[in-house]
Design a protein around this ligand. Sequence first.
Ligand code: 5AD
Ligand code: SF4
Length: 351
Amino acid sequence: MTSTCEARKAHAAALQQAEQAPPLTRQQILALLSWEEGQQALLAAADRVRARQVGEAVHLRALVEFSNHCERNCWYCGLRRGNRRLPRYRMSPDEIWEGVRQAAALGYGTCVLQSGEDSWYDAETMAGLVRRIKAQTPMAVTLSVGERPEQDYARWREAGADRYLLKFETSQPALFHRLRPGTHQEHRLACLRALGRLGYQVGSGFMVGLPGQTLEGLAGDLELLRDLPCHMAGIGPFIPHPGTPLGKCPAGSVELTLRCLAVARLLVPRANLAATTATASLHPTGRQRALQAGANVIMPNVTPERYRVNYEIYPGKIAPTGDMAAYRQVVGWLVAECGRSVGAGRGDYGG
Ligand code: 5AD
Ligand code: SF4
């Protein structure tokens, strides 16, 4: 009884402080994450902060998953090179451009070019693509192609790339090194800082429910979001993929994911926060719930269907219905259903 009472008091104090005078302490973040009965109040507070700080617009980013080849072997991801069952594909620069062109014609203000870590696309191939998009459309270009040498990031920035997504995945060092063999957390964080210095709008994020993750670890993830250059973030539940070493582990909790998202909104109030596909894949109204818990971005998938089915990071990934134009309409309805409107223009950080 006493402990519930104390939890309620700690929760209320943390929420009040977050809305009025951030920053929060580690203890306060933990209080917000752990007390399930306080979830509704937390999500409502995040929704108010979202409305005050970034308004009612939901920004749409057209996502092109242009290659599912990956040189890494992350334990959680279906694209890992050890997953021999996955048919692999690469879209040519012309095919990528065609998808982007169609998305621009539908009014998308941003395209996101995403792939596994695939050095087949060398620095100049990517730079050429970015130049083409910037010359022929008004779109913001977001790249998400993993860890690359700083000079590649610089070259793409010179070519006109605006934003870069690179999730740090987990702040827990031992977990990072176990789940991402052959990679180094310090290097990944150095990449994020380099991207910030180069003038990119930087996006990162993490997964919720990784085997071995602790609540303290999640609090650390949220603190890391606050401390890094972070203009955007994606936070999604871990979903086990049978073709990976973690295939038999349980999925992350959607509710805890929503609490993490809400705390992220309180800690990084002006960031663009995605209602992630992973959240939508685990819960039938996951996207809507995320939009009401602090999120203000949706990334509709515009990858051609014949490729998209093989961008299988995890199983059961929700897929667009109909063609690109029909799906754009469906997403517009979903946003309207939440009492929000689709943002015009590029939807830049601080814009
Ligand atoms: N479940 C949920 N998200 C995943 N990702 C990779 N594997 C999984 C999984 N099994 C996310 C990671 C990565 C992005 C490509 O997808 O956060 O950055
Ligand atoms: Fe490759 Fe990224 Fe998947 Fe790791 S998470 S295997 S780097 S696509």
